[in-house]
Design a binder for this molecule. Structure first.
Ligand code: FCB
Length: 453
């Protein structure tokens, strides 16, 4: 690929998010975020009771992080801005200049080392002052988010070419509400960067590829998972199977209106086409059939527990093929071909947009430096991505591995580690050590693809 110039300008790098690595939770004028609030109030909700108060201390150690990327030959870094570090109370007239300076320094440091910043504007942490009043179910929050985006574009627009607006709206919706999210829309502020949002999906494979029922079930699973975010961006409405089933079930429940909202014409116009690139977070795959056809021995995978909700409406049964190799995270099986199929699905269903892989990776043991399993994971997934580009014609413009560091892993706290660099949490210096996977990816980054032999 490299030799025929197919990967010219390809972006190779790693990803993190503010709350997972920065620490400095109340440093230099940063406001409290909803995650700060939540973990301080409810440590019992986190597997090991830990929090991201200090995490990898990237707030103080970002120059080291940039060197890690540089050592790997990365030419991009996907990180997120902490909303309350920039707007402590959400009020755009009250900008925390220290916070702005921190990100400007990080961005300058990246460019100075030949690394392009890919900026996620919202990776799940918002000012608590806003969270006290609104959630993503309130339309008022759109205005707050736009205020924030405007400041981001004003302060960083001269230095950033790519923004991811929202990381994984599906995860935000399913985790927080089970249903309902407004896709972001284009804002009128002057900035030259490209906008996209990061949508997460596993690949849904029909359990029996010869069964029409399974094929339809897998299609529903894709539409309910990826389509909920992607389809409105393309067509201005929700995907056909969601519309049909949720409308029907809502009527059967005796409701006057469907549980699935309909966009007004104003919103349709705002949403449709409101992206320049398609950000994809992809980790793993699952088999899909109908509940009636479910195999007896396999445990069902449930991502959403609300009823009525996704589960009833989708009418699917999801499980893992027991022969798929496991990783230390139960939902993350090693299924590289699912990545290629996902990229082809996006190409075929959404008009072959430019895709930026904003997350891909797997967890491993915290103590291990020779992370063979993770290295194999990257080898397999990148290989299949390259096939999608070269053989299938998918327009993938870049790839960022999750994650540069052993970040704090939300509800799993510090019990799960996704880093290609080990971070010694006991050590006040939070010493970073490259694992084998970092060296492996470094070779790929430096050579713009696999090296022969
Ligand atoms: C994704 C999140 C990211 C990290 C990885 C493992 O869903 O975007 O923050 O937690 O999973």
């Amino acid at each position: 690929l490299r030799e025929v110039g197919m990967l010219m300008g390809f972006k190779w790098g790693c990803a993190t998010s503010a709350y997972q690595v920065e620490g400095g939770w109340n440093a230099d004028g940063k406001g409290e975020s909803d995650w700060d609030h939540f973990v301080h109030k409810h440590p019992e909700k986190i597997d090991d009771g830990s929090n991201g108060d200090v995490a990898c201390d990237s707030y103080n150690r970002f120059r080291e992080d940039v060197q890690l990327l540089k050592n790997m030959g990365a030419n991009m870094y996907r990180f997120s801005l902490s909303w309350p570090r920039i707007l402590p109370t959400g009020d755009p007239n009250n900008v925390n200049e220290n916070g702005v300076q921190y990100y400007r320094d990080l961005i300058d440091e990246l460019w100075a080392n030949g690394i392009e910043p890919i900026v996620t504007i919202y990776h799940w942490d918002m000012p608590q002052v806003i969270a006290d009043k609104y959630t993503w179910l309130d339309e008022e929050i759109v205005e707050k988010f736009v205020d924030y985006c405007r400041i981001v574009f004003e302060r960083f627009g001269d230095k950033v070419n790519y923004y991811v607006t929202i990381n994984e709206p599906w995860a935000i919706a399913a985790g927080g509400f089970d249903l309902g999210i407004f896709p972001p829309y284009k804002v009128g502020t002057v900035q030259k960067g490209k906008l996209g949002l990061s949508l997460d999906t596993w690949w849904n494979e029909p359990a029996d590829p010869n069964s029409q029922e399974d094929i339809e079930a897998a299609n529903r699973a894709m539409e309910f998972k990826l389509g909920i975010g992607a389809y409105p961006l393309l067509h201005g409405c929700y995907p056909p199977s969601m519309r049909e089933r949720i409308d029907k079930n809502s009527a059967a429940e005796g409701r006057d209106t469907s549980r699935l909202p309909t966009f007004s014409d104003e919103w349709k116009n705002k949403i449709k086409g409101a992206y320049d690139f398609f950000g994809l977070n992809h980790y793993s795959s699952q088999l899909v059939t109908t509940p009636a056809r479910a195999p007896k021995a396999c445990p069902e995978i449930r991502w959403s527990i609300g009823k009525p909700g996704f589960d009833t409406d989708q009418d699917i049964f999801q499980y893992h093929d027991p022969t798929w190799p496991s990783t230390t995270t139960w939902w993350c099986k090693f299924v590289p071909w699912g990545f290629r199929k996902t990229l082809n699905y996006i190409k075929n269903e959404y008009g072959n947009p430019e895709v930026l892989v904003t997350e891909n990776g797997c967890s491993g043991e915290r103590s291990e430096l020779q992370d063979t399993e993770r290295t194999n994971f990257f080898r397999g997934y990148i290989n299949d991505m390259l096939k999608a580009i070269a053989v299938d014609g998918c327009k993938v413009i870049g790839y960022s591995a999750w994650s540069l560091l052993d970040g704090w892993e939300w509800g799993a706290g510090n019990t799960v580690t996704f880093g290609i660099h080990h971070v010694d949490l006991e050590d006040p210096l939070k010493t970073r050590t490259p694992r084998d996977s970092a060296k492996f990816l470094g070779n790929i980054f430096k050579n713009n693809g696999f090296v022969k032999g």
